[in-house]
Design a protein around this ligand. Structure first.
Ligand SMILES: [Zn+2]
Length: 229
């Protein structure tokens, strides 16, 4: 009778290190502040985009005034196309730099999974100007090189309507309500600040970092100095 040999190959993988509180962040998407962050390092729309829009309007107006097919019309069309490309490149450049900065800073970043088309319908062009989807796809690509985990909460997760301190659910919260008082713990909440902590909490708990709650002062309105986690 012959011998049977069984060969096993075992690969020991290093356990990924758990992120510490300073290395995780939750972001809430908004219009005035693009991303409100749990550590107060909010991300705003750069001013040059606004300047570009002014230039864009001017060139569009010039273009529309030219006779179709004329040399001046062709020239204006070229100038307009050039500016569109320049704006797109500037935005992309900024997104790449931002993606590298954030990926090197955090081990876990938690976002909402937003339906951008629905939001553009609701909020208009401003949402498209932020090009949030483009930023996220760049961030997904860049973060891999840093081993940074991106978490996306469920699209229907009520991050804004839930009090991040006591979980009381405010079913009456409207889009215009930037500040609201929780009936559960009576805290006057900054809508975006509370939402980003809920988003952080969902991401942290999904990745085994436990139930993270902010200090009440971090989300209360009227208190300037935030105390983190
Ligand atoms: Zn509450």
């Amino acid at each position: 009778m012959g011998d049977f040999y069984l060969c096993f190959s075992v690969e020991e993988k290093e356990k990924p290190q758990k992120a510490t509180s300073g290395e995780i962040v939750g972001y809430d998407f908004g219009l005035s502040t693009i991303l409100t962050a749990t550590d107060n390092r909010d991300i705003h729309s750069p001013e040059y985009l606004q300047k570009d829009l002014v230039g864009l309007k001017k060139l569009s107006r010039l273009f529309s005034k030219k006779r179709k097919g004329s040399n001046n019309w062709k020239k204006a069309r070229k100038n307009l196309a050039r500016l569109h490309i320049a704006i797109a490149n500037r935005r992309k450049d900024r997104f790449f730099k931002l993606a590298h900065t954030l990926s090197s800073r955090y081990k876990l970043m938690s976002f909402e999974d937003l339906d951008m088309k629905k939001m553009a319908k609701l909020w208009g062009r401003k949402v498209l100007d932020h090009a949030f989807s483009e930023f996220l796809s760049i961030l997904k690509h860049v973060s891999k090189g840093y081993d940074t985990v991106l978490h996306f909460c469920d699209r229907y997760f009520p991050s804004s309507k839930t009090c991040c301190l006591c979980d009381w659910y405010n079913k009456d919260l409207q889009l215009k309500d930037l500040v609201w008082t929780c009936q559960g713990c009576k805290t006057k909440l900054d809508r975006n600040r509370s939402a980003c902590f809920n988003i952080l909490r969902a991401g942290a708990s999904a990745h085994g970092l436990g139930d993270i709650r902010p200090h009440p002062e971090a989300v209360s309105v009227g208190i300037q100095e935030s105390h983190l986690l």
